[in-house]
Design a protein around this ligand. Sequence first.
Ligand code: SF4
Ligand code: SF4
Length: 115
Amino acid sequence: MDILVQVKTAMDKFEEAVKAMAKMPKDELMKAIEENKKLCTCPVCPTYNNCTKTGKELLFCATGKSFMCISEYKGCICPACPITDAIGLKHTAFCIKGSEKAQRYESAIWGTKVL
Ligand code: SF4
Ligand code: SF4
């Protein structure tokens, strides 16, 4: 699959969700983020640890990598999280690999996976 086809197929549920969020007033957006945090299943993932818990880190698919908390990857339960289906996530392990947007960008531009 060439880069143009990859970019075109990326214009999907996730892209639509990002566009919809970009149009939201700030207070509405913050409210939506807090609601989505309640759905994030990271706290029951084996990779989630005391550091991320203490820092109340959640929603890595949107916010990106954990801030220096994750040192050991023990698997990812993102595919079973309701957010994955709701906004069409294609990637996983966001706490160590970066947000969905970052992983899609790296993959489309460089044809590689984020390490
Ligand atoms: S997809 Fe993963 S990072 Fe995103 S909200 Fe769900 S469990 Fe959290
Ligand atoms: S992003 Fe995936 S690997 Fe990281 S804590 Fe959440 S469910 Fe686990």
